[in-house]
Design a protein around this ligand. Structure first.
Ligand SMILES: Nc1nc2c(ncn2[C@@H]2O[C@H](COP(=O)(O)OP(=O)(O)O)[C@@H](O)[C@H]2O)c(=O)[nH]1
Ligand SMILES: [Mg+2]
Length: 265
């Protein structure tokens, strides 16, 4: 048996857990105010039976105005909305990674707070997961019915080339492998050894599960440029996407998995 076959055989593949009351949400935030409020309020208004927890994760440099909105949301939604001060790992990927072991729910949704990840898509993501044949449901800005809105045209072309290249390399008919707006069976996030801390984590968090045999489904979403705050993406980050995609494609699966019984890094 090859290393890959052996590791696939130990997939935690028991039936998918029900979604009702079982979806925990991690919301990353730095300088958002009304967009953060709209994200959280929409999530809870549209998915009252499925979302059990919302954990807003803030870096040390989160703005006072953003923190004030977090305080107000915690007061408005006691026992549901909490926050976590990011301390161990830097970056947006580090923020999500820190929350993997803090979120007890069987389903894990990752979403931003700048409204570029449209919270109104979440109901469709949950419905898609409810069909029981996907371990990861990812929002796509490129499916029929989706839109990239006013995404810069040159970035759009580069993004499309990147998506095509890696969908071929991984033999998956996926249209958007880099968007950090996803619903996971939480076991998928606990199963791998993560390395990226920046935006490239969102790509890593798709390609490692793909190598492990995860079934990934897409639902269309509409992307709109943020109207408050600033992006934290840098040119260096784009280069890390290539490194992550190429290394993960050819490393033995065993080298990608977390140590058995180890804590999530
Ligand atoms: N907690 C936390 N949130 C972050 C960090 N960097 C970015 N974010 C938030 O994560 C979301 C996505 O980041 P953004 O910079 O907009 O990425 P882009 O949409 O790819 O340009 C936004 O809501 C940011 O405020 C970070 O280091 N820590
Ligand atoms: Mg953004």
């Amino acid at each position: 048996m090859s290393a890959d076959t052996a590791a696939t055989a130990i997939r935690p593949d028991a039936g998918a857990p029900p979604l009702t009351g079982n979806v925990g949400v991690v919301v990353t935030a730095v300088d958002e105010t009304w967009s953060l409020r709209e994200t959280v309020d929409t999530l809870l208004a549209e998915n009252p039976d499925t979302i059990s927890d919302i954990l807003i994760v803030l870096p040390a440099h989160a703005t006072p105005a953003c923190r004030a909105v977090v305080d107000a949301l915690e007061t408005a939604w006691p026992g549901i909305v909490r926050h976590h001060e990011q301390a161990r790992l830097p970056g947006v990927g580090g923020a999500v990674r820190e929350c993997i072991r803090l979120m007890p729910s069987p389903w894990f949704l990752m979403i931003a707070s700048d409204l570029e990840t449209d919270p109104r898509t979440v109901t469709a993501m949950i419905a898609r997961a409810g069909r029981g044949d996907a371990d990861v449901v990812t929002a796509s800005r490129r499916l029929v019915g989706a839109s990239l809105g006013d995404y810069h045209w040159f970035k759009g072309i580069c993004n499309r080339l990147f998506q095509r290249t890696f969908s071929v390399l991984y033999s998956q008919p996926l249209t958007d492998m880099t968007f950090g707006f996803r619903l996971y069976r939480a076991t998928e996030l606990r199963r791998y050894d993560w390395g990226e801390t920046g935006h490239a984590f969102f790509f890593e968090a798709l390609v490692k599960p793909l190598r492990g045999g995860a079934r990934v489904a897409e639902v269309p979403t509409v992307w709109r440029r943020r109207r408050e705050g600033a992006s934290h993406m840098s040119l260096c980050e784009y280069l890390r996407y290539f490194k992550t995609g190429l290394l993960t494609r050819w490393r033995p699966l065993r080298a990608l998995l977390a140590a058995p019984g180890g804590t999530v890094r």
